[in-house]
Design a protein around this ligand. Structure first.
Ligand SMILES: [Zn+2]
Length: 332
């Protein structure tokens, strides 16, 4: 199931990197590829206050409502218009719609994104944390083992913040050092959340070559060991080699391979769109993910594996160190 509504385009600021054309051009492309003839397209339900309040403070919820009502404005790095609050509720609701569905796989094609939204604050173009709202909703609905994989190039500091002391597993691969500055390998969760945060920081220049190592040596083995009932994927496409905001070098094909692999590691897999700012390549990257997730015959774009830029040895060592620490918590 793919969940989308045109109402996601209502949140917009002309000329901003997080513009609505990211999503409208993607949906046009998927339509032209015939994706919606093969995968059911559904409108989202709307998240209710109680869904948001499982992971955000009442103060943040009321603040977002008030800001949106007071007109278009930019606060910090995040913009709001009069439609933003309702749009953000629909984005979080789209994840719920995927979770409630009988389909084993879902993709919430949403805006605004979510993974930088903290318990008490919006941040980084994000208003409510869609993946976190989904994970907490799923837990309330009886899913015991829940994991969130985040392959957006930016660390999902909001998701980590929300679940840092909980047994919802959060795994992030991200460029580091980079915005927002969190996501060091040493950040591994606290209290009963110890070991349930797995951060894999990667230097600029990492391509498929070393990214595969991180996936094969850490990400897939941890997910295999945990065997989640529900895997949420914070799917940002700004680690693609063409992205203007990032320094990682993933191929389009990598996104197909990731979704093919992760869907086998959980009973149910729900992707939720995060970043990705190259308007030309973004639709292709999302199509690749969708093809892998829903077993579509995919047209391949750049099957050539991308190569690291002279940093492989250093990255291999770092991944080896992270694997060793993570193996104190997980049988990998
Ligand atoms: Zn991002």
């Amino acid at each position: 199931m793919i969940v989308y509504t045109k109402d996601f385009l209502n949140h917009n600021l002309r000329g901003h990197p997080a513009c609505r054309e990211r999503l409208s051009s993607t949906v046009d492309f998927l339509e032209a590829k015939g994706v919606f003839d093969k995968v059911r397209l559904t409108e989202p339900g709307r998240a209710e206050a109680e869904d948001i309040l499982r992971v955000h403070s009442r103060g943040h919820f009321e603040n977002m409502k008030g800001i949106a009502e007071s007109g278009t404005q930019v606060l910090g790095d995040t913009y709001y218009n009069p439609e933003s609050f309702e749009t953000a509720l629909l984005a979080a609701g789209a994840v719920k719609t995927c979770i409630d569905s009988d389909s084993k796989a879902g993709f919430a094609l949403v805006r605004p994104p979510g993974h930088h939204a903290m318990k008490n604050a919006s941040m980084g173009f994000c208003i409510f944390n869609n993946a976190a709202v989904g994970a907490a909703y799923a837990r309330a609905r009886g899913h015991e083992k829940i994991a969130i994989l985040d392959f957006d190039i930016h660390h999902g500091n909001g998701t980590q913040d929300i679940f840092y002391e909980s047994d919802i597993l959060y795994i992030s691969l991200h460029q580091w050092p980079h915005y927002p500055g969190t996501g060091a390998a040493e950040e591994m969760g606290e209290g009963r959340g110890g070991g349930y945060t797995v951060n894999i920081p990667l230097p600029a220049g990492v391509a498929d070559q070393s990214y595969n190592l991180a996936l094969d040596e850490i990400v897939y083995p941890v997910l295999r060991d945990y065997s989640p009932d529900l895997l949420m994927v914070s799917a940002g496409y700004d680690a693609h080699h063409s992205d203007p905001l990032g320094g990682l070098k993933l191929s389009t094909d990598k996104y197909l391979r990731i979704s093919e692999n992760v869907k086998r590691l959980a009973k149910k897999t729900v992707f939720s769109l995060e970043g990705g700012y190259n308007l030309e390549s973004l639709p292709h990257c999302i199509y690749a993910s969708i093809a892998g997730l829903f077993d579509l015959e995919a047209e391949a774009y750049d099957f050539e594996q991308t190569e690291d830029e002279g940093i492989t040895g250093r990255v291999e060592n770092k991944i080896g160190e992270i694997r060793k620490t993570v193996s104190e918590y997980w049988s990998i």
